[in-house]
Design a protein around this ligand. Structure first.
Ligand code: SF4
Length: 469
């Protein structure tokens, strides 16, 4: 059976004449969170409309499609599946018709008890249209015996485990909710203090001219309706486990997530890396774009000049996002090109945000040597990734993670490096603007803050050969 996991981007708007354009722009700025598919669902005068498709936001929505989508509130989604081929049925927002009304969900994260819930629902007659764990949420919602929308939603959310930042569309409201651990970000803003907007990251608000109000709190749901914004805590007292990898790699540097600036955190990672390692070289250069800010921090701390020794072709999706390994390898060869005049005869300190399989990185080192680099040293702005993620980020299976198979010295040899240094876990946590115990660091430690349920566990165990809980 196909298991769908994803890291995605969410956008929502409540009551605005230009709801379609606002959702389109919001998704456009969240494109880095999902490049395989995009969708928008709108509600208006007793009608709803949806458009979605595979590809980038700008490809899925033409100006004529945007004009044809009518409504004054709605939700949008950019999607990135992590299993094999993309399935058009899995494009979100995913909607159903219930009692003559449209109910829809847009989900960022991964439910760790999805197989148990799905089996239970199927035993009770539910027929699923997709392979997405997100669909389960709507089935639970319509079966919930709560007396009002708030109670129905709370009863639904209390059955979910794992990572979920959600937007739910109903006949007269949108609901934003976050899991009690707060794995994935979700922010609220306002447009002219009249309309509410919701987005995975604040960079979406910048593009649409919205003012950031606050985050949806872990364990909170917020109902946006004509009554305004109603906030409820549906779960309390659980330890926060924000995904630390959002700061390292995933979120855009111009965003604030978990209330903090991604740019400043990423620069601190480079600064701490420079404090820890003894590299000396002629220039510090990033692997663009995600390594750029850490490289700047490193360069400033070490007082070694910063140069762009590799130029990125911006018209290719990020290597990490490509779902097919074959595409991944060919993608890296055409994506980054060394600047010979910068690297030739130099001792290079290359800064990268992470190493996953190592194949991409090895190709980069090769191309730098071919361009005449004298020595190549590599600094990684996070610790070795040794365990897969069950909370919505696409790391490959444990066997494919290079740091799980090889020691640092072996990785250095595999990559053909003169020196290699990973930021320590202490250095990583020290760069964070929140207390260390408010982060999930499971991909570095194998210690998961939420234990997947047995059915999920058993299936994924075989697939991912996961380590200890
Ligand atoms: S396992 Fe890693 S990538 Fe997954 S939520 Fe935790 S920190 Fe983030």
């Amino acid at each position: 059976m196909e298991i769908i996991k994803e890291n995605c981007g969410l956008a929502g708007i409540f009551r605005h004449a230009q709801a379609t354009e606002i959702l389109y722009l919001s998704l456009f700025s969240l494109q880095h969170r999902g490049q395989e598919a995009a969708g928008i669902l709108l509600g208006g005068e007793n009608s709803t409309c949806f458009h979605g498709g595979s590809g980038l936001v700008s490809d899925v929505f033409s100006s004529s499609i945007i004009k044809s989508l009518k409504g004054n509130y709605g939700i949008g989604h950019v999607r990135y599946s992590t299993t094999g081929t993309s399935n058009p049925r899995n494009i979100q927002p995913f909607s159903i018709e219930y009692k003559g009304k449209t109910l829809a969900v847009a989900h960022n994260g991964n439910l760790t008890n999805s197989r148990i819930l799905r089996k239970k629902l199927e035993r009770h007659g539910s027929i699923f249209q997709t392979t997405m764990d997100s669909e389960i949420i709507l089935h639970l919602f319509v079966r919930s015996n709560g007396t009002d929308i708030k109670e129905k939603m709370a009863k639904t959310l209390n059955q979910l485990k794992g990572a979920f930042s959600l937007l739910i569309f109903t006949e007269n409201s949108i609901i934003a909710a976050r899991d009690p651990n707060g794995f994935r970000p979700l922010c609220i803003g306002t447009l002219n203090k009249k309309s509410y907007v919701v987005a995975s990251e604040t960079c979406a608000f910048d593009l649409i001219g919205a003012e950031y109000l606050r985050d949806v709190e872990p364990g909170e749901m917020i109902i946006f309706s004509d009554r305004g914004m109603d906030c409820y805590k549906w779960a309390e007292g659980q330890k926060k486990s924000h995904c630390i990898f959002e700061f390292i790699y995933f979120a855009r540097p111009d965003s604030y997530i978990f209330t903090k600036s991604v740019y400043l955190v990423r620069k601190s990672l480079g600064y701490n890396l420079a404090k820890e390692c003894d590299f000396t070289g002629d220039i510090v250069m990033p692997v663009p774009d995600s390594g750029s800010i850490a490289a700047l921090g490193f360069s400033q701390k070490k007082k070694i000049p910063f140069e762009f020794g590799v130029i990125r072709n911006h018209y290719i999706g990020r290597t990490f996002i490509q779902p097919v390994q074959q595409m991944r390898d060919s993608g890296v060869r055409i994506k980054l090109n060394p600047v010979k005049s910068v690297v030739q005869g130099k001792n290079l300190i290359l800064i990268e945000d992470s190493i996953v399989r190592g194949t991409t990185c090895r190709n980069r080192i090769r191309s730098l040597r071919a361009a005449g680099a004298r020595r190549v040293m590599l600094g990684i702005s996070c610790p070795p990734i040794v365990a897969p993620c069950y909370f919505g980020i696409d790391f490959p299976s444990k066997e494919e993670l290079i740091a799980n198979k090889k020691k640092v010295e072996e990785i250095k040899q595999f990559l053909d490096l003169d020196a290699l240094h990973y930021l320590s876990l202490h250095g990583l946590l020290d760069a964070m603007p929140l207390p260390p115990d408010e982060f999930c660091t499971a991909c570095f430690t194998g210690k998961y803050p939420v234990k997947p349920d047995y059915a999920f566990n058993k299936y994924q165990w075989e697939k991912k050969n996961c380590c200890d809980f």
